[in-house]
Design a protein around this ligand. Sequence first.
Ligand SMILES: [Zn+2]
Length: 190
Amino acid sequence: MPRRRANEGRVGIGWDAHPLAPGIPCRIGGVAIPCDEGPRGHSDGDPLLHALADALYGAIADGDLGTHFPDADAANAGRDSAEFVSAALGSVAARGLGVANVDAVVTAEKPRLGPHRDAIRGRIAGILGVPLDSVSVKAKSWQGLPAGAGSVLAQVVVLLAPRAGKNVRAAAVRTRGRVRDLTRLRQRRR
Ligand SMILES: [Zn+2]
């Protein structure tokens, strides 16, 4: 089978939708948003973080959120979705890749996300360990389309790039090892 080129980028797409229900905490993109309704789901129901995790797993062709964290597993009930994204990011990093940028669209009639957009970008950037300007979040409304009423839809595209830092860090570890060996050698000579 042909091997992946060392400098190859990877792209992933994620999509998720949850129905809004009254009395549920509203978490979108890992941010608590004041609203009398929230997206209902098995974990904390955060559609944006679910779409992001799916995009990360998709970019490395490693299944999806459901294959790694099944709904049927009671351990995932009420779970913080940031943990799913961190796990997916770990799989990405294990392949020598890192997130170059994320572009997301959230479509909802309610809550209005515009005022929370930068907080959501900051939270996602924090979870992924990337600069703020690597994360874009766009808020859309359903424009009165009945099909979307009462739901929050999230779409995410992510681009992965080889992590230059991985080789740099490996070289640093090798250098530190060499320095330690030299120090020991000198001490023995004394
Ligand atoms: Zn979901």
